[in-house]
Write a protein that binds this ligand. Sequence first.
Ligand code: ADP
Length: 185
Amino acid sequence: TRAAPRGIVASSLGSPACPEVEQSYIMIKPDGVQRGLVGEIISRFEKKGFSLKGLKLFRCPKDLAQEHYKDLKDKPFFPTLIDYITSGPVVCMVCILFTATYFVILSCKAWEGAGVVASARKLIGATNPLQAEPGTIRGDLAVQTGRNVVHGSDSPDNGKREIALWFKEGELCQWESVQTPWLVE
Ligand code: ADP
């Protein structure tokens, strides 16, 4: 056994020597909520070892859905995509891997190559659920691209953009998960 490290104030976060903690915006879409998959989907991220920093049930207005998916605005399916996302409540989440405090203890080295954004995309699976690998959320729980139950940011920059879009500052929770020293050495 080994002792869990004590907390240290995360004062060096954001300094040039310490890159920002990567965060992913994850969203359970209206079909996931309607089908009673909220617990199952959140559980998959929790079991992997991600920590939740934000979580809310939310009815998305049309303009927010349009802004979120603005890169797809010229696609033929854009209007039906907006109808789908605004058709019922969604569950909005911010997922992180290590808490800020532990990140500093690790002197950033464990962070490299351990991107929460790319890892969350792997857990989610391919856009078309029929092509998504079994074991992924879409591969296990969905059958059609237009009803693929969950969203995950496709890059760290988009993670930042989407979190700013869907969450207000006061809605995010800074906390330290006790499991971190048991997830990373
Ligand atoms: P992902 O969600 O895997 O990042 P995209 O960014 O390409 O995929 O698309 C965003 C969302 O738009 C998809 O998750 C899906 O809900 C919807 N979508 C994408 N392609 C289609 C399509 N051909 N028909 C209907 N909906 C689509």
